[in-house]
Design a binder for this molecule. Structure first.
Ligand SMILES: [Zn+2]
Length: 337
């Protein structure tokens, strides 16, 4: 197709999200009517229908009713921001429900949404590997990193060694910091509604604290020698620290190449040595490698955790609070004798 060829040429020439690219894209979008392809640095093309826009993209382009438009990089942050914003601002996630956020490839409509946004909220700590280039297209849009102020836990192994683990939101204590950062950011761009944002943040923070106590209590029911959280991605370091769990994982951070034989063998050895009864995986990745651990060790497969994305509204984890609750429920069920 001519359209695909054109975009591939653009990509090869290295005009990723540059002005000429945007001009060409804009005209292409008129021609193809927003069903376009995404640019990426590996010549791969992604249609918007395959990609990860949580909403229908109507809001940012449609009637804002005078409200500020907040974009977040993934659905967990969108839910947090929505709780603070209430009905005073429009909140949308760039990546869609179920999507893997680390290696996402933004689409042309993401670009357009970014340009029309008043504020972008991201996680930082190298979670969004695609974000810097994405932001270069709209340098004037305010961008706030929500993990600012948390104490990072560094990754202990592989090529990520010494780098901060990005999954800080998995700790409810950290989530309180995220919520405060969201409140400050919203109040800054929309001071007229600052009082509402403050009230909403207060209510939501209390809900997080209440759930945190409830979950700690639930974990304490697991016998101490079984408190191993064994997952595919090492996304639980913060939760494990808060709740006194030992974390075991196949790979430290989701990447294109996952689960080397050495990584799988290491988990097999640990599961055998510690007699870990149950292992788990995450909703946004393949559980194939973990199933190999199950096969080799005889451990049970306890189900999937939600980390890098919420579920659809009718799924198990449509909100951040439900996500935390589901994960701890799944863990407690899996590890209880
Ligand atoms: Zn992740």
């Amino acid at each position: 197709m001519e359209r695909s060829l054109g975009l591939k040429q653009i990509t090869r020439q290295g005009f990723y999200f540059s002005k000429p690219c945007l001009k060409i894209l804009a005209s292409l979008l008129v021609i193809v009517g927003m069903s376009g392809c995404s640019l990426s640095n590996n010549n791969s093309l992604q249609t918007d229908s395959q990609s990860n826009n949580q909403s229908t993209n109507q809001t940012v382009n449609g009637d804002r009713q005078g409200k500020k438009v907040i974009l977040t990089t993934f659905t967990v942050l969108a839910d947090m921001a929505q709780n603070v914003a209430g009905d005073k601002a429009i909140v949308e996630s760039i990546t869609k429900v179920g999507a893997e956020v680390h290696g996402y490839q933004p689409t042309p409509s993401d670009l357009q949404r970014g340009q029309n946004a008043d504020l972008i909220l991201d996680n930082g700590l190298n979670l969004e590997r695609w974000a810097e280039r994405f932001y270069n297209s709209f340098p004037k849009v305010t961008r706030i990193t929500l993990s600012e102020g948390i104490t990072p836990i560094n990754i202990a192994e592989d090529s990520y060694q010494g780098k901060p683990n990005p999954h800080a939101w998995m700790s409810p204590q950290n989530a309180l910091i995220y919520v405060e950062n969201i409140r400050k950011a919203l109040s800054q761009i929309d001071p007229a509604n600052a009082k509402t944002y403050e009230a909403n943040a207060k209510v939501y923070s209390q809900q997080i604290r209440d759930l945190d106590s409830k979950l700690k209590q639930a974990i304490s029911a697991i016998p101490a020698d079984r408190r191993y959280l064994t997952s595919c991605e090492g996304a639980f370091s913060y939760l494990a620290r808060d709740y006194g769990l030992q974390e075991v994982y196949i790979w430290p951070v989701n990447a294109e190449q996952q689960a080397t034989p050495r990584q799988v063998q290491k988990v097999i050895d640990t599961v055998r040595e510690k007699q870990i009864p149950t292992v788990f995986c995450e909703s946004t990745v393949s559980d194939e490698a973990q199933m190999q651990v199950v096969k080799e060790t005889g451990a049970e497969f306890g189900g999937v955790f939600y980390v890098d994305s919420l579920s659809p509204p009718d799924g198990k984890t449509p909100t951040y609070l439900k996500l935390l609750e589901h994960n701890v429920d799944t863990l407690v069920k899996g590890l209880s004798p």
